[in-house]
Structures are given as structure tokens and as C-alpha cells.
Design a protein around this ligand. Sequence first.
Ligand code: GLC
Ligand code: CA
Length: 272
Amino acid sequence: MMTRPTKVASILTVTAMLISLSSSETPAACSVIQGLPGLNGRDGRDGTNGLKGDPGVRGEPGPQGERGSPGQPGKVGPKGNSGEKGNAGVGGLPGSKGQKGDNGVGLQGLPGQKGDKGNSDASLSPKITSLESRVAAIERMFTTFKNAVLFARGSSSGNKVFVTSGKTMNYMESNEMCTKAGGRVATPLNADENRAILQIAQYYNIFPFLGITDLQTEGTFRYENGESIKYSNWNLREPNQDGEEDCVEMYSSGKWNDKKCQEQRLNICEFF
Ligand code: GLC
Ligand code: CA
């Protein structure tokens, strides 16, 4: 592409050549030479804005939006009407035996009135079904609750549940704490219960006192209820009453040693 000054220069050169050529010709032969095309004109100025166009055609509906977040819970509804009267409840336990009365001579009483008609099987059946499902729900809740307790700091053997408060204390304090909680100091009655108690102790790496002492009769180890023990797991050469040792501690091996009740040991209680 030729730049504008170069293009102008070449046009001037050609024009000059043509003039000199025409001047060297003899004047007799007169002729007309056509001029060259002019330069390109400048760009025009911007025009005024055109008129506003007609509105466009309505578009297709868009895709469905995402689901909104749930609203706030509604207010509590009004109290319902009273239900129908329920069936008679189960009879209470028999009362305690009365005192012996004075001897006397009485007449035989009249026969009592005929009792009310009992419930038929047909009317009991839906109640039993409802009770069964409620009992099943309570059983499921109980299992979940038990798992929650055991998960935190407990263990079990059969129906017995062992739980630690995670605190160390002497035997009397441990006994008091367990009793207040509705249980007893952990008392293994067989090898599996011994294992379950040991499991908690090993987790904490602190070892417990068991619910066994010879405080009542020196040399006879008993449970808290006064019965002499039926299962034992003494370490070799124990119990040895080394000084004054009336309580029983569990070693990290699960074996037992008689030990001073004032020592600090892990509090583990048992329930059921
Ligand atoms: C420690 C204990 C005691 C135990 C003995 C065994 O002295 O305090 O109870 O019998 O060790 O070697
Ligand atoms: Ca000992």
C-alpha cells in the first residue's frame, strides 16, 4: 500500500513528464490529455441517532429455579379433644399381710355380687399391639442410650454396665460416689466382668479399687452386701495384708492385690 505523500509525489512526476512531453511535441499537432483521478475524500461526520426499533418477540420460559430453603416450624396446634376412657389398669401388688385379728365367733357372710364381665380378646388385641410397638421403641432407645454411655467411658459384660467418672479417689469416696449414682463400686463376679473392668482401667491407664474388702472380718474378703466372695483373681502371694491392707486393687494385668483403702485409685462403678 502506497502512503499518501508518495502517492502525491508520483502523481506530480507523471504530470511533469506529460507536460514536458507535450511541450516537446510540435505545436501543429494539438491534442487533449485526460486528467488523473482526484484524491480520496475525507470520512463523513456521524449522523444523528435513528428511531427506536419495535419491541422484540417474547422469549421462551426459562428452566425451573432451585428449591427454596425450608420455612420456620409452624406454631403449636390447639389442644385435641379428650380421648375415650382407657381400659382398666393392671392390678397393683398385693399389700403386706395385716396383723392377726382377735378371735371371735362370726357368722358366715353372704355371697358377693357377680363380678363385671372380663374384657374379650378382641377388644384387648389392638391395645396389646400398641403396647408391643411402644415397648419395642423403648428397647431401641435403651440400646442407643447404653451405647452412648459405653462409648464415652464404659464397658459391659452381660447385662452389667461398668462406667468410670474418670476421677481417682480412695475406696470410701469411690463407694459413696457409686452409691449416690444408684450403682456400686465395680465388683467382678466372673472372668468376663473382670475383663470388662480391666478394659476401662487400661484405657485410662489408672487402676481401680474393686467392691471387695475385708474390713468386716480380717482375712475374709466380702462384697459390699456382706457375702463372702465367690470369684477371685489374686496375684501370686496375695492377699498378703502388707501392713494394713483391707481393700482390693486391680493391677494392669487384671490380677488383684490387697491394698490400703486410703490409696487413690480410679473410680469405676457398676450398674444393674
Ligand atoms: C507392695 C504393695 C503390696 C503388695 C506388694 C507385693 O508392697 O503395697 O500390697 O502386696 O507390693 O510385692
Ligand atoms: Ca497386698
